[in-house]
Design a protein around this ligand. Structure first.
Ligand SMILES: [Zn+2]
Length: 274
């Protein structure tokens, strides 16, 4: 029987508490749980292959990160490396800077990490280097095969909020996606068909523009597990919370089994009254 597969969503791995932040202790415990229980963390390409084959094997998971925070290098990278696991990172390509590698956990003098709120403020003030990755760090993670890198647009702007005219909005999004692809191609030598929407927003026009730009696998913030024959333009994900291994293990146990995950998700959405 084909299984269901969770696509996990993280943002920050950091000891600085804040929104969408998991502590290094809990992230390490969650990754240790996956390794100990024989789960396989897929590359994005292997994930696409599994979907194309129509058969989802048991105990497979795709781990995703959004935005490209410096703490992903400082904490997530060494933890993934420790357990021989891998993840996918959707970069805001225009926010990644230049410069030398900074230290990561285990290497001594760590950079001062901002909270999520401080990172957003730094981005708004043009001080992205204090909060976001550098290309040298992206290259090091790619070489270590702890992460593969894909598009989260170039600007992270919400064109649907900024431009009312449909044609002009479509053109702005198309330019944003083209810039992101061009940067990934120039920096990494390849631009993949995987795209994650800023703040999870998309509509039919967004999907069409993405398809025209060469993106076939579109990642959302819609809650759910992946099963075979899903709509690739609407890949759901599971928010990973700052919780210990026991919580994580219970969730993974449910999301990997078709009946239980469907039952759980339907109870959860009924509880939310939608
Ligand atoms: Zn984002």
């Amino acid at each position: 029987m084909s299984c269901t597969m969770p696509v996990l969503m993280y943002h920050h791995i950091s000891p600085k508490p804040g929104l969408v932040t998991c502590s290094p202790e809990n992230f390490r415990a969650q990754m240790a749980w996956l390794a100990k229980n024989g789960w396989k963390t897929l590359s994005t390409a292997a994930f696409a292959e599994a979907l194309a084959s129509g058969e989802i094997p048991p105990k497979n998971v795709l781990i995703t990160f959004d935005d490209g925070y410096l703490d992903n290098w400082v904490y997530a990278h060494p933890i993934l490396q420790e357990f021989g696991l891998r993840a996918t990172l959707f970069l805001i390509t225009g926010w990644i800077g230049n410069g030398a590698l900074r230290a990561h956990a285990g290497q001594g003098n760590l950079p001062d990490l901002p909270s999520h709120r401080q990172a957003m403020q730094a981005a708004a003030e043009g001080e992205k280097d204090t909060a976001f990755l550098r290309w040298s760090e992206v290259e090091a993670m790619r070489a270590a095969a702890t992460f593969d890198f894909h598009s989260h647009t170039d600007s992270h702007r919400r064109w649907d909020r900024e431009i009312a005219d449909q044609k002009a909005r479509d053109a702005a999004l198309a330019d944003d996606l083209a810039a992101s692809r061009a940067t990934l191609l120039a920096r990494l030598g390849e631009a993949s068909p995987h795209l994650c929407w800023p703040q999870g927003y998309f509509d039919a026009a967004y999907q069409r523009v993405a398809r025209e730009a060469g993106f076939t696998h579109l990642y959302t913030t819609e809650h759910g597990v992946v099963r075979r024959h899903i709509d690739l333009a609407r890949i759901p994900r599971i928010v990973c919370k700052d919780k210990p291994a026991a919580w994580f293990g219970r969730r993974m146990g449910m999301y990997g089994r078709p009946f239980l995950s469907l039952l759980y998700l339907s109870i959860k959405s009924a509880g939310k009254g939608r």
